[in-house]
Design a protein around this ligand. Structure first.
Ligand SMILES: Nc1ncnc2c1ncn2[C@@H]1O[C@H](COP(=O)(O)OP(=O)(O)OP(=O)(O)O)[C@@H](O)[C@H]1O
Ligand SMILES: [Mg+2]
Length: 361
């Protein structure tokens, strides 16, 4: 797949990442300079080339006001400008301890991977040290971060089933400094079955991650600020491993008709894991994704979620955005693919909100 998209390319290159290099081998845990706001160094006018519908962008904590209602393009420019001004000058707080967040929803296609990847990139481009663990055999998060994940590559599969130290599987993201990825390969597809008879089968990711963090400490490296785990669309052993390894659960919910179906089962599962396997686990955030403000349905879903989950639901809502869906095709997050786009700004705002709220332990 070509990564060249001409003048649209706007990478945060040169920030210290080396594609395909492991932390252990390459020592790629270097500190990077942070430029904020991220669009400060972007070429050209500060206007989004987003092609999603303007109305779709308008669902944030503070509804945009200035300029909205004139023309669709003017609306879009006004909304993006308001997002930028909310982000401008903000420092993303560094958590006191590593926040380990599992992004889970057994429903397929609700935006788990997009959320995991883009939040990870948003946090990392704001000076935080972030590891994304891909525990979905589809390997979509690995693709989106440009990580190699063909079958010979050391991956989360070897951590779960081969006893391989996680540090040997970590790859640096080439577009974002301070962002690393443990990739998933297709081997992981058999892991659910292979894990069944293994001892400590629910604790294997937890053990691997704990050892990784200890290795960093022993090597005198700074710790990770965030570990984000991208789950498959199921509640099988892989997702269970992610729940046991994490302290927080973030549930992305797509703003559509079936959005709430299966949610109670997911919440019950989290409660059961908390009671039996991981007392630290909490539902810390719900993020509404693929919001289309033109439809009553999307507004109803937002209303419903905010009524039932007033503490957990993030105020920021992610709009439907062509840039968000295009970015993985270039092995990038939307933050690096087009950081001026509405989709990137929405994920930056969501990441800031998540960081400012802190963990809920
Ligand atoms: N905000 C958005 N706007 C437009 N398209 C989006 C948005 N978020 C996600 N998508 C697209 O929707 C599809 C599903 O998204 P994603 O892969 O993030 O969901 P998922 O929950 O991880 O899926 P799976 O359950 O298969 O792992 C992808 O094609 C993605 O590019
Ligand atoms: Mg996914």
């Amino acid at each position: 797949m070509t990564r060249d998209r001409g003048e649209d390319v706007d990478r945060a290159g040169g920030q210290g990442g080396v594609s395909g290099q492991t932390i252990g081998q390459g020592g790629v845990f270097g500190q990077t300079a942070v430029v904020w706001p991220p669009w400060a160094s972007a070429p050209g006018p500060n206007v989004s080339r987003e092609t999603s519908e303007p109305g779709a962008a308008a669902a944030t904590a503070e509804e945009p006001s200035a300029g909205v209602g004139e023309t669709p393009l003017a609306d879009q420019v006004a909304i993006d400008a308001q997002r930028r001004s909310r982000l401008s000058g903000k420092t993303f707080p560094r958590p006191a301890q590593t926040r380990i967040i599992t992004v889970a929803n057994q429903k397929g296609g609700v935006g788990k991977t997009s959320t995991a990847v883009n939040l990870a990139a948003a946090l990392a481009t704001n000076g935080l040290r972030v590891l994304l663990i891909d525990i979905d055999p589809q390997g979509n998060a690995s693709t989106a971060l440009g990580a190699q994940h063909h079958s010979e590559i050391p991956s989360v599969y070897e951590v779960l089933l081969g006893g391989r130290p996680m540090i040997e599987t970590v790859q640096a993201c080439q577009d974002v400094g301070d962002l690393w990825c443990v990739p998933a390969t297709i081997e992981l597809a058999g892991a659910e079955i292979e894990l069944v008879n293994r001892p400590q089968r629910e604790f294997r990711l937890h053990q691997g991650l704990t050892e990784l963090r200890q290795s960093l400490q022993h090597a005198g490296q700074p710790g990770l600020d965030y570990v984000i785990i991208d789950c498959p669309p199921s509640l099988g052993l892989l997702t269970l491993n992610a729940f046991v390894a994490a302290r927080e659960v973030l549930i992305p919910i797509q703003c559509e008709y079936y959005a709430l179906e299966g949610l109670s089962q997911l919440l019950n599962t989290v409660e059961r894991i908390r009671a039996a396997l991981n007392p630290e686990l909490r539902l810390s955030a719900i993020l509404l994704t693929m919001y289309d403000g033109r439809t009553n349905l999307a507004r109803d879903v937002v209303q419903e979620i905010r009524t039932h989950f007033s503490d957990e639901a993030l105020a920021v809502t992610i709009p439907r955005s062509v840039k968000i869906s295009e970015a993985p095709g270039f092995g990038q997050s939307v933050i690096t693919y087009d950081r001026n786009s509405t989709g990137a700004l929405a994920y930056l705002e969501a990441a800031l909100e998540l960081a400012e709220r802190g963990g809920r332990n």
